[in-house]
Design a protein around this ligand. Structure first.
Ligand code: 3UK
Length: 534
């Protein structure tokens, strides 16, 4: 590793041992990184230096900032971090707030100061924040005044968190007042390209959060893979979407990727399907990032808005059912760009362009990444066989002090925990989470395939399919269904529809109707909550 700029060496001290890292592959000139690199220099300052400072950069929460204005804001906050809050390079700085330009400025300030950004989901409560503070030994925090309560409670229980400063606050000791006392220039800390810049937490299904560590160069590497080859956005694009900046899907899609091409982004504090559609219309947004369920919910409402500006729509976070792809295409005229990403790999590694989309498939490895399907012994499987998805590329899993590193990384590959097959054309087709495969009467049944079949029925708004214990079959396929308005429960009709759409043995033998389904803040179905309702 290169000489670190970190005075607080916590991050390097808690990286997994080198022999447990995934193999990193840096293919082609765009993925070669020198020894020194601060991601903020490349993503933000560069535009001002080259004379593009007056271009629009971020808007939302009552402000509209050019690149030069975001830079000035970030520089002032960096001074506050260093000279008033006592942040030294390598310290972990927690960020808490809804998506706003102010949060983006705080994020860049942390990166510029050579500290480590630990962005957290706005919905987290004191107990969950406490786990993050403890695990990442967070010493400082910048928090939206509107969300201060839970963080203050967490701070009371965790002495390691020394200083909290509130932003979007009118208080005399609020961040705005402190920042106003400082100049708009700041010399970025000369970090190593492999100094940790970000610890992104992923909760998974167990409730014990895992911190994934990403370097300055990783932030640029993801900008040079999927956005260049699959998204292909332009400097005049206006990005918009729902994922929080604390979710790396949102950080890339709504901050890093627009800024890597000199484009701009609309940051929305609230982005329910209704609000997102209205905001696309209002801001003439051209590139949208959200989850499959959000496209499904927006489709019937499209007619109420003017979406003529919209030209690219990205779906990630969960498998995209073919029915949702076609529903969105009918409603908007746009072919969705689906991509599988993971917090461990920072962003998307299998995807496609609008022209190479195949309904039901996630796509092919994004240039820069390699993927294959492995059996339980780690041997590659031939086309058409279902096994474990394995990925490598310029980014990869490095858990902060966590034994689960050995599960995620095996033989140099990142194992995402997904069951996939690769077809004869090299397209990767999602089956299920490996721990969600249903085994019924000796058959392997992927819940999402049954869900896709049910979703193609006009009465079905949303559904989730799980295996429930059954004396006779081992497991029984059970569907939880949310009906569209105006439809009445009809178990038989849905079962017949499933049998007519997929192999009949996969049909849901039990169906339960619900008003809603349990989901994470990142939009993922929590199937485990349906299995074990306690
Ligand atoms: C699932 C998908 C099928 C899959 C993420 C884009 O979701 C992201 O990160 P997470 O760590 O979850 C990773 C897991 O989510 N998944 C995500 N996208 C897809 N399954 N098709 C998809 N298109 O199980 C994966 O292992 O929360 C997504 C960019 C950055 C991200 N962090």
């Amino acid at each position: 590793m290169h000489p670190s700029a970190h005075l607080d060496t916590f991050a390097r001290d808690h990286l997994p041992p080198q022999d447990q890292w995934p193999e990193l592959v840096f293919e082609g000139p765009a993925l070669q990184f020198g020894p020194r690199l601060n991601a903020a220099t490349e993503l933000l300052d560069r535009w001002v230096v080259q004379g593009d400072g007056a271009r629009p950069c971020v808007q939302g929460a009552g402000v509209r900032w050019t690149y030069a204005e975001l830079q000035t804001q970030a520089n002032r906050i960096a001074h506050v971090l260093v000279s008033e809050m006592g942040v030294v390079p390598g310290n972990r700085v927690l960020l808490r707030g809804a998506n706003t330009p102010q949060l983006a400025a705080c994020w860049f300030a942390v990166i510029k100061a050579g500290a480590i950004a630990v962005a957290t989901m706005p919905l987290l409560r004191a107990g969950e924040l406490g786990k993050v503070i403890d695990k990442a030994q967070v010493t400082h925090a910048l928090c939206d005044a509107a969300l201060a309560d839970e963080l203050m409670q967490a701070q009371a229980a965790h002495a390691v968190l020394r200083r909290v400063c509130l932003y979007r606050s009118a208080a005399p000791d609020g961040l705005e007042a402190l920042a106003a006392r400082h100049g708009g220039d700041f010399t970025n800390v000369d970090t190593a390209s492999d100094d940790c810049a970000l610890i992104a937490f992923t909760s998974g299904t167990t409730g014990q959060p895992k911190g994934t560590m990403h370097f300055h160069r990783d932030l640029l590497a993801i900008c040079r893979c999927w956005p260049v080859h699959c998204l292909r956005a332009a400097p005049d694009d206006v990005f918009i979407g729902s994922p929080p900046l604390a979710f790396t899907f949102g950080l890339g899609g709504l901050l890093l990727f627009p800024m890597s091409v000199g484009a701009s982004a609309v940051l929305l504090e609230k982005a329910s399907p209704e609000l997102l559609l209205a905001a696309i219309d209002e801001h003439r947004a051209t590139v949208c990032f959200t989850a499959p369920t959000s496209y499904r919910a927006m489709a019937p409402l499209v007619g109420q808005h003017d979406l003529r500006g919209l030209r690219k729509c990205v779906s990630a976070g969960e498998a995209l059912p073919a029915a949702t792809r076609s529903l969105w295409k009918q409603a908007s005229g746009l072919e969705l760009i689906d991509g599988i990403g993971a917090t461990e790999l920072l962003h998307i590694f299998i995807s496609h362009t609008e022209d190479t989309a195949r309904p039901g498939a996630t796509g092919r490895p994004v240039p820069g990444y390699q993927a294959c399907i492995l059996d339980d012994e780690g041997r590659p499987l031939p086309p058409g066989q279902v096994g474990r998805l394995a990925v490598k590329g310029p980014t990869g899993c490095r858990y902060l002090a966590d034994d689960r590193q050995r599960q995620y990384v095996q033989g140099g590959w990142n194992l995402t925990g997904d069951a996939y097959l690769c077809d004869a054309d090299g397209y990767f087709v999602y089956q299920a989470r490996t721990d969600d495969m249903i085994i019924s009467g000796g058959y392997n049944i992927a819940g999402p395939e049954v869900e896709a079949a049910l979703l193609s029925h006009p009465a079905v708004a949303e559904c989730a399919v799980i295996g429930v214990p059954d004396d006779e079959r081992g497991q029984l396929v059970k569907a939880f269904v949310v009906l569209r308005a105006g439809h009445v429960p009809d178990v038989k009709a849905l079962q017949e529809h499933a049998k007519a759409t997929i192999a009949p043995y996969k049909y849901p033998r039990a169906i339960e109707f619900r008003d809603s389904l349990p989901r994470t803040e990142t939009g993922k179905l929590q199937r485990f909550k349906l299995k074990d309702p306690t």
